[in-house]
Design a binder for this molecule. Structure first.
Ligand code: URA
Length: 296
């Protein structure tokens, strides 16, 4: 029996709804893509003239730092045919990319320049699967900067850090110390969502680290808070776990020797899972409020 095109699209819609319900939130390819084979091309591009940006991506990523971009549409179509995503070259994460990231990050004279450099950077494989660069939210002039680990699905869709459930908890914690997103500056160590929210690899973190380090230097907050284990380990260069690190003042030192008093605290996503520990985070935020009051 012939299947009409209406039945066909209804079937496709049902299938996509089934995938979405099952938690499949990434549209990848039918066939496996050999990203390593594509890396030579990616490296050449990086070394040579900048590749003109894909117009669709340019549209997504243009705009001023901190500007709220319109959320991307859901991948569930209304009546559009489902198009296979275009394969993108992904750089092999290696030391050369990390060195390039360090050089590029150092060259940024302003946060806007840094954001532009990151938009153009092709040296991190995470960019190939991310929908948006998640650069920052809040006020870059704020005296308090918070740094999380990496964007999740909601952050990737909106291009802003901490907009999902853990972000809502973070907003409530901030409100409790009299702050909101206009009086803090928020970023992540990793600015591109790792696919499926997997942990970023040590090399991916090494590649992204110079960008957040420069972002901290340029924003120059009076106090920094690292949210959770990975951010604390990456920025304070420690192997010590967050349970030991939290609640005590540390010093963040950038490559350019900018030193910032830093309070590591528990990640809001952890607090959602372990609400009994909210009192510990509460103490850390009160400590930060007191330090900032003393500094002003
Ligand atoms: N978790 C993070 O570490 N960062 C975000 O932006 C969102 C969730």
């Amino acid at each position: 029996m012939a299947v009409s095109s209406t039945e066909h699209s209804a079937g496709l819609r049902e299938l996509l709804a089934f995938y979405a319900e099952a938690g499949v939130d990434e549209a990848l390819l039918d066939e496996p893509a050999d990203r390593f084979a594509e890396s030579a091309e990616a490296k050449n591009r990086q070394a040579g003239a900048a590749r003109p940006m894909d117009p669709a991506r340019r549209e997504e990523t243009s705009g001023k730092a901190g500007e709220v971009r319109a959320p991307r549409k859901s991948f569930l179509p209304d009546s559009q045919p489902v198009a296979a995503p275009r394969p993108q070259a992904a750089a092999v994460p290696d030391g050369a990319q990390a060195a390039l990231a360090r050089e590029l990050a150092r060259s940024a004279a302003s946060l806007e320049e840094l954001r532009q450099i990151m938009l153009d950077f092709e040296g991190c494989n995470l960019k190939a699967t991310a929908k948006n660069l998640v650069f920052a939210d809040g006020n870059p002039e704020a005296d308090l900067m918070l740094v999380g680990e990496a964007p999740g699905r909601d952050e990737d869709l909106e291009g802003l850090p901490f907009v999902g459930r853990s972000g809502q908890l973070l907003d409530r914690i901030l409100a409790a110390i009299g702050r909101d997103r206009k009086s803090v500056y928020i970023a992540n160590v990793i600015p591109w969502r790792p696919p499926g929210n997997r942990d970023p690899s040590p090399m991916e973190t090494e590649i992204c680290r110079p960008f957040i380090e420069r972002q901290i230097e340029l924003a120059a907050p009076k106090v920094l808070m690292t949210l959770g284990n990975p951010s604390t380990k990456a920025l304070l260069r420690t192997q010590e776990g967050i349970t030991k690190m939290r609640g005590k003042w540390r010093e963040h030192v950038t490559d350019g020797d900018v030193r910032t008093p830093t309070m590591p605290t528990l990640h809001p996503a952890y607090l959602l899972r372990t609400p009994a520990h909210k009192r510990l985070a509460w103490r850390d935020f009160l400590e930060v409020r007191a330090r900032l009051a003393a500094l002003s």
